[in-house]
Design a protein around this ligand. Structure first.
Ligand SMILES: Cc1cc2nc3c(=O)[nH]c(=O)nc-3n(C[C@H](O)[C@H](O)[C@H](O)COP(=O)(O)O)c2cc1C
Length: 200
């Protein structure tokens, strides 16, 4: 599917066919595609938790205001981030680059993020947001629907997935086949309301 069609056709789908599945190959394709998303300094803060256990899905549904997507979609992915990724073996992020590039960029990561907790957290969220959109557009291109979700109790979800220290939960994403189409679009702002030239 053409990327513009995927963008147009992706909608937040709330009702899922409980019998639909992604094959292992399709799931691998979905995540492989997602992992090509851009991140600042190539830090790749994202960590994905695939929820396959049915009881855990039920518990997550309770923590997510009983939203049926949590249990009914073929896949439920908790998109998390390691806030400390900037300082965890940063040489990994440039391992395939030439030595000059490594020597330039790896030390820059430390000087850019050290002592700036707000920036460290913002960066982790930014990375996850971009990855989430890649995941949802990839799902659409593969013939699947999705729903990003922030409607959940973050502490309960953190407990359920055993979220490590210095990690955050960016969102849940349900992926599967729609059993009911999304509602008509809520109303997009006019371009004039959101696009400015040379500043506000
Ligand atoms: C970060 C984020 C969190 C969202 N949380 C929920 C949610 O908890 N439940 C839900 O039904 N939809 C949720 N949505 C879907 C939005 O309502 C939806 O994206 C918006 O209305 C635009 O519709 P569209 O995605 O179909 O274009 C969320 C979307 C985003 C990006």
């Amino acid at each position: 599917m053409d990327v513009f069609n995927a963008i147009r056709e992706r909608r937040s789908v709330k009702h899922y066919d409980v019998n639909a599945r992604l094959s292992d190959q399709q799931f691998q394709q979905l995540i492989s595609s997602t992992l090509l998303s851009p991140t600042s300094y190539n830090i790749q803060h994202w960590r994905f938790v695939r929820i396959q256990d049915r009881e855990l899905r039920e518990a997550l549904k309770t923590a997510a205001w009983e939203q049926s997507q949590v249990t009914d979609a073929a896949e439920l992915i908790v998109v998390c981030a390691d806030i400390d990724a900037w300082k965890d073996r940063p040489e990994r992020y440039w391992a395939d680059a030439d030595i000059d590039t490594q020597n330039l960029l790896v030390p820059m990561i430390d000087s850019f993020y050290r002592g700036k907790p707000q920036l460290q957290r913002d960066e982790a969220i930014r990375s996850c947001g971009i990855a989430a959109q890649t995941l949802m557009l990839s799902a659409k291109a593969m013939g699947f629907d999705s729903n990003p979700m922030i409607g959940f109790d973050a502490e309960q979800v953190a407990d359920l997935i055993k979220l490590p220290d210095n990690h955050l939960i960016a969102m849940l994403i349900a992926v599967g086949k729609a059993s009911k189409a999304a509602r008509p679009r809520g109303g997009q702002l006019a371009m004039d309301d959101v696009l400015f030239t040379n500043g506000f």
